[in-house]
Write a protein that binds this ligand. Structure first.
Ligand code: GLN
Length: 277
């Protein structure tokens, strides 16, 4: 069995579950063999030893049951780097880079800004911001100790300096004073009855849904963020494709001004920001 044949066979098995069966199969085989994808492509006609084939098939079986590729390889690329992930954290999504881009734009004129990332998970937003802005003071808050362990390891690996705080972000927002220039969050925003949740069943439920209408975490953050933002500070949140107007209304009602929404690369309204006057 050559690598090419093993991949072709795997693609057939992944067709029903994945939007990108070829990429998944290539990614998993490259990971298993310790190759880059470029190295994999130059060796497609090489024979795959039986032991490797068995291990590859086992990975494909798990993927075919819906487990994300990132959990099978233990890593995921985000922004300019790669982080370790496991089932304690949401797999970072490319659309979340929109939040990073927007945050960096806003931070540009500020010297040594203070930033907080609520529900930081694997830490990718906090890590991207601190790597791009080493002068920033970045805090990553998460309720899950297991998620923070992942975030801490990622920070150590990337030699990034972030203050990790294990707390409910609702409670964290009530602590101390209005000293932040920016609060960012990619909170759980999927409604509990959303059928899409089933496809995400391998990821932590607390990172995906509030158990209600998908707006509870956003309501909590928007209602209390002003307590931790200086006057002129900004709040930026990621949300579902159909939540932009609800989030805008919540921000306006909470006293935020300059409330604006931006679209992700898929053309969906994905992040909304407001200014604390
Ligand atoms: N963007 C994720 C998804 O729909 C959800 C992330 C979240 O709830 N914060 O797959």
């Amino acid at each position: 069995m050559t690598l090419a044949l093993a991949i072709a066979d795997a693609i057939g098995r992944l067709q029903a579950v994945s939007d990108s069966p070829r990429q998944d199969a290539e990614w998993l085989l490259a990971h298993l063999l310790g190759y880059s994808r470029a190295q994999l492509f130059t060796r497609l006609d090489h024979p795959l030893p039986q032991g490797d084939l068995d291990r590859f098939k086992a990975l494909i079986t798990r993927r075919a049951k819906g487990e994300p590729v990132a959990y099978l390889t233990g890593e995921k690329g985000f922004w300019t780097f790669s982080v370790a992930v496991n089932s304690a954290v949401l797999v970072p999504r490319p659309e979340t880079e929109l939040l990073v881009e927007w945050a960096l734009e806003w931070l540009k004129p500020l010297a040594s800004p203070r930033v907080a990332d609520l529900g930081t998970g694997s830490g990718v937003i906090a890590l991207a911001l601190t790597l791009e802005r080493p002068d920033a003071h970045v805090t990553g808050v998460d309720l899950s100790a297991d998620a923070l362990a992942v975030a801490r390891d990622n920070a150590a690996q990337l030699r990034a300096q972030v203050d990790w705080v294990e707390a409910d972000f609702g409670e964290w927002l009530l602590m101390n004073g209005p000293e932040h220039d920016l609060i960012v969050a990619n909170p759980p925003y999927i409604a509990a009855r959303d059928p899409h949740l089933d496809a995400l069943r391998f990821e932590p439920r607390m990172a995906l849904t509030d158990g209600h209408d998908g707006l509870n975490a956003l309501r909590c953050i928007i209602a209390h963020a002003a307590l931790r933002l200086r006057a002129g500070g900004r709040l930026m949140v990621e949300h579902g494709y159909d939540q932009a107007s609800a989030v805008q209304t919540l921000m306006t009602e909470a006293g935020f001004t300059e409330v604006t929404t931006r679209h992700d690369l898929g053309g969906q309204p994905r992040a909304t920001a407001g200014l604390r006057p």
